[in-house]
Design a protein around this ligand. Sequence first.
Ligand SMILES: C[S@@+](CC[C@H](N)C(=O)[O-])C[C@H]1O[C@@H](n2cnc3c(N)ncnc32)[C@H](O)[C@@H]1O
Length: 194
Amino acid sequence: MDERKYGKLVDFVHMLINQSYSGQSDLHFIDATCGNGFDTLFLCKLAGTKGLVKAFDIQPQAVERTTLLLNSNMEFINYEIILDSHEFIPKYISNNIDAAVFNLGYLPFSDKTVTTKGDITVNAIKNIIPLLKENGKIFITTYITHDTGNEIHDIFKFLSSLDKTNYNVLHINIINKENTPPELFIIEKIKKNA
Ligand SMILES: C[S@@+](CC[C@H](N)C(=O)[O-])C[C@H]1O[C@@H](n2cnc3c(N)ncnc32)[C@H](O)[C@@H]1O
């Protein structure tokens, strides 16, 4: 049995992605906020030798930490780590993608004043949506504390208006915890030529 808890949203996202994509080849993933590299490492392992993961962060420190983690844990190279804002992801992508992961907020064990920002995150999501394959998904784990909920508000506002014929949007909350637990948004594309 998988002992990981749904209530730990980072693990929950990994379980969902694993369930959707495990055993497939030619997987293309994006990590839109690579940070310390844990999500990138997970995606690289799942993508396997025939897949490709592109990971982005605006902080050189995050790119360095992710590079180190991958160098010491991957036996093959199926990734590129890119120092740039997730707003500009389409510049770097030539194939449609299976899934993208955002884990927002600040880089743990670093400068907590450098955080993701609602308007930029929404632009990045808008730019990634057209890159999704049929059944492609975007997972966005969000936090309240870094900006008292402004980013979540911006994301919620944009995603609530997303075309319902072409996309399902889920919003998952942990409702019995104090101290502002994280929230998860999932976008899934349901039509081929959206
Ligand atoms: C919570 S951390 C990510 C954690 C990471 N996924 C992991 O597994 O360790 C959030 C990251 O978003 C990055 N970030 C902030 N604004 C960004 C932007 N516009 N584009 C890409 N990354 C950004 C921060 O530098 C930080 O490293």
